[in-house]
Ligand binder design. Structure first.
Ligand code: ADP
Ligand code: ADP
Length: 247
């Protein structure tokens, strides 16, 4: 089976009850089918409001889909018990758009990167010394220096913080990263550096990516296949070059 598969996944947001107005039901995801093989990178491109963030939330089971199934290595994520869900969340990690907002401002970079190893202690299986060594290795992997580990997010640049966000996502030993606009909050030079880091990691670690963005050029740079999402529907899917040439 594919590493990750979505079959007919839909997610509706029902209107809030209000005395004054009744807002319409929003179909955030509408029968989404997709497959990602191990080590493959799939780009999802769509405009604001197309359903991209909802997609990441239902995949991570932070929200329940109203219809359809999410399969991880052929197993239905909705049926996972606590242990299987924890293992799944160690293997499928997310990197957020705005590292400044996503990283705990009261934790040092070292604490931020260590945290998933503690949360997923049973999967990672390292003692204190092992965790320290792994943090040092990860910080080098993402192109930072050991002294960056003692800094807090406000003492690092946007690009450096996103490197910390990526090191954190790698800490539990994932096989798939959900990248939700990971470079959109960065300036142009940091954006290019982080994209190049992601390409390097993909080769080195054999990672798969689900790369979500509004920017087709960025996704095309990184992904094998691209799917376009519009109003919660995947409207087109194909090899990166082919999608780019489409009208
Ligand atoms: P994107 O990430 O592509 O910008 P989202 O997944 O955030 O899109 O949103 C898809 C649609 O679902 C939008 O119409 C949005 O307004 C709506 N939506 C998202 N989250 C909620 C929510 N918690 N409650 C109601 N509507 C929501
Ligand atoms: P409701 O949508 O009715 O408010 P919840 O979203 O709180 O219900 O979840 C109801 C049940 O579905 C819970 O037992 C929860 O563990 C389970 N659940 C949570 N996420 C998912 C998911 N992604 N797919 C299927 N079931 C889920």
């Amino acid at each position: 089976p594919p590493l990750l598969e979505l079959r007919g996944v839909s997610r509706l947001y029902r209107p809030r009850r209000s005395l004054l107005a009744r807002s319409p039901e929003v179909v955030a995801l509408d029968g989404v089918n997709l497959r990602i093989a191990r080590g493959e990178s799939l780009g999802i491109v769509g405009e604001s409001g197309a359903g991209k963030s909802t997609l990441t939330r239902v995949i991570l089971r932070l929200e329940r889909p109203d219809a359809g199934q999410i399969l991880y290595r052929g197993a239905d994520v909705a049926r996972f018990g606590p242990g299987a869900l924890r293992a799944f969340r160690a293997r499928v990690q997310i990197v957020f758009q705005d590292p400044q907002a996503a990283l705990n401002p009261r934790m040092t970079a070292e604490e931020i990167v260590t945290e998933p190893m503690l949360v997923h202690r049973d999967t990672v299986g390292l003692d204190r010394r092992g965790r320290r060594a792994r943090v040092a290795e990860l910080i080098e992997t993402v192109g930072l220096r050991p002294d960056h580990l003692r800094r807090f997010p406000h003492e690092l640049s946007g690009g450096q913080n996103q490197r910390i966000g990526i090191a954190r996502a790698l800490a539990a030993g994932p096989e798939l990263l959900l990248l939700d606009e990971p470079t959109s909050a960065l300036d142009v030079s940091a954006q290019a550096q982080v994209l190049n880091l992601l390409i390097e990691l993909q080769d080195r670690l054999g990672l798969g990516y689900l790369f979500i963005s509004h920017d087709l050029a960025v996704v095309r740079y990184l992904c094998d296949r691209i799917a376009l999402i519009r109003q919660g529907r995947l409207v087109e899917e194909g090899p990166a070059a082919q999608i780019f040439d489409a009208p």
